[in-house]
Design a protein around this ligand. Structure first.
Ligand SMILES: [Ca+2]
Ligand SMILES: [Ca+2]
Length: 248
């Protein structure tokens, strides 16, 4: 008897061991353009903070080890998008923006997270380990309305979120705010370059394939397009910054 087992495409199973020159050689053929649905926005330091009226600063860029590997990331989709990652509250600990399996239904503790519609207006819930639920849709209900949202033109968050136990969280300050941009997500070891060291880290994740794999690095940072797989799509997204070498 032969049991059924899911078959991965050959190119996903095969360990890719390419030198930089080889990767460059296939770059022009393999990496024409990333689809719009693969776009992601990363927090752009030093503008990485927001402010809770009762609890002080939240840092959107530092989570994980190495630092930033589990930071907040926004993944764009045709009908909106969603966040993945963690925010650090200086006085209240970790806040989970969602596990990356978005858009989130927000019907239970297993499928919560922060979504955005096509205009960038945020909704859904984040979970603070010490402070409970934070409602990103609450600012839209305030009077006057102050919806928490991504300002795509300014490249930053705006509006207010509501923590059930901590009150308003201000995303709208003129000088203390969370900037979002392209970042350098393929710099997996956070040294300012996308080079062979990152390629080795990427390969390890690529060969594991699924973000749910228990041996996958926490936060699945090599899943550049946020589909919970590290596969050929992510490899294509890796090639352009690898070719450029220096982070923008
Ligand atoms: Ca690097
Ligand atoms: Ca992926």
């Amino acid at each position: 008897m032969f049991g059924y087992s899911p078959v991965r495409r050959y190119s996903e199973k095969k360990p890719i061991m390419l030198a930089r020159t080889a990767a460059k050689a296939i770059f022009s053929a393999a990496c024409l353009a990333a689809p719009a649905s693969a776009q992601s926005l990363h927090v752009v330091p030093p503008n990485q903070f927001c402010w809770g009226e009762n609890v002080g600063y939240f840092n959107w860029a530092g989570a994980g080890s190495p630092a930033g590997s589990q930071a907040a990331v926004y993944f764009s989709r045709p009908a909106g998008g969603f966040f993945r990652g963690f925010v650090w509250g200086e006085n209240v600990g970790w806040v989970n923006l969602g596990n990356g399996d978005g858009p989130y239904l927000n019907t239970s503790g297993q499928n919560f997270g922060v979504n955005a519609n096509v205009s960038g207006q945020l909704s859904g819930m984040a979970w603070g380990e010490n402070i409970g639920w934070i409602n990103f849709g609450a600012g839209a209900l305030a009077s006057p309305a102050q919806p928490a949202r991504i300002d795509f033109v300014a490249g930053r968050l705006r509006g207010y979120a509501w923590g059930e136990n901590i009150g308003w969280i201000n995303l709208d300050d003129a000088s203390v705010f969370v900037a979002l941009g392209g970042g350098c997500p393929c710099d997996l070891n956070h040294d300012g370059m996308v080079d062979d060291a990152d390629f080795v880290i990427f390969l390890s994740a690529y060969n594991l394939l699924e973000c749910a794999d228990p041996t996958m690095p926490s936060g699945c940072p090599a899943d550049f397009n946020g589909d919970n797989m590290v596969d050929d799509t992510d490899f294509q997204l890796f090639l352009a910054p690898y070719n450029d070498l220096i982070c923008p």
